[in-house]
Design a protein around this ligand. Sequence first.
Ligand code: ACO
Length: 431
Amino acid sequence: MPESNRTATLTFDNKSIEMPIYSPSVGPDVIDIRKLYAQGDVFTFDPGFTSTAACESSITYIDGDKGELLYRGYPIEQLAEKSTYLESCFLLLYGELPTTTQLRDFVHRVTRHTMVHEQMHYFFRGFRRDAHPMATLVGVVGAMSAFYHDSLDINDPWQREVAAIRLIAKLPTLAAMAYKYSLGQPFVYPRNDLDYASNFLHMCFSVPAEPYQVNPVLAKAMDRIFLLHADHEQNASTSTVRLAGSSGANPFACIAAGIACLWGPAHGGANQACLEMLREIGTVDRIPEYIARAKDKNDSFRLMGFGHRVYKNFDPRAKVMKESADEVLDLLGIHNNETLKVAKELERIALEDPYFIEKKLYPNVDFYSGIILEAMGFPTSMFTPIFALSRTVGWISQWKEMLGEKDQKIGRPRQLYVGPTKRDYTDIAGR
Ligand code: ACO
């Protein structure tokens, strides 16, 4: 915790409470309200955590007004251009960019853990064939607790480390298996001679009956998608992982909780929802109708892939993702696709429309990632599993950071209770 040399004073009901103010290395100051209840007998009220820092962290920093995202201080644009996903994983997990030897060792460790317990293949077969891959993924990641007993002790730093490597290494395998299962195709074993992204494409798109050559441009784009999604500060799924972990739950259970939270359309599920929306709009001439619906207070429809809780200028990941989208579409010769035309026109109109400008609603990362993933051949149902596998390193880094805290406490928010006051039970006949 940084030193505090300033205080904020809260005065109410003849009480005056002094609270320390801490200055972060960058970003808004934080008022420490931890003594507020003990000294003032009041809670704070902040549903949605719009003004609440729930933890101290040194992993990722976002400046929503500047459109800045830093992993351990390094701008996302530089990492996207110069780094790789696994190098950035090392950075997120351990705090510094690796040396050549450290990177080689880390890549080796991850690569040697890509296979999953053979019995997990049978576990998969319990799911309905048409299960959404996210449903399968939540289940099998939670079930890893049943397969890897030797990395469940959260008080043992070595076991925490093994669990972290296992999760980063096995998530692509499990996500690819979820996909293959939904297609009715045989599972494809990982290939340790391929890099992380190429191996994932291999496990998703190859079949035993014929050779499959990974396209290096697609592998690079895939790696970049992983990197851009690797961490994002205290978002909903990360906070879920922290909250689950704060009770001492095992790492596989915590990551399964994060995957469940990510699934929602307001969060990681937005990439699937966005592409489905583009398809539903169908043709450029129908865009005004959807823009009108998005603005209508009585219509719950929102333009998926637009807006962000923190970014109020632009989403820096979206900028990089847009470049990648252009590269991939060029490579695949996709120029006249109707969905793409709708996306481009929607983006143009929304960026010029006063409603979107006033509310600071810009295309977010999900707006472009879906376009690339579709061009690569992934069905929309795989978009969120791909997000989940990319984010696993962020979740596990934040989980490890939390467990390393000196005074780590179980997360336990309070409430503004508005229900009935105490009353006596009435017998059913008298109700
Ligand atoms: N389309 C139309 N209007 C919108 C949109 C949108 N996509 N997003 C926000 N608004 C409007 C709201 O109606 C609200 O209007 P009001 O002030 O008149 O009531 C205002 O903008 C503020 O919106 P909030 O919901 O209060 O903003 P919040 O920060 O809570 O929500 C969120 C952020 C959930 C991302 C929201 O913008 C949204 O639902 N977007 C679509 C889903 C999406 O793309 N999610 C992906 C986020 S990125 C990620 O998780 C990787």
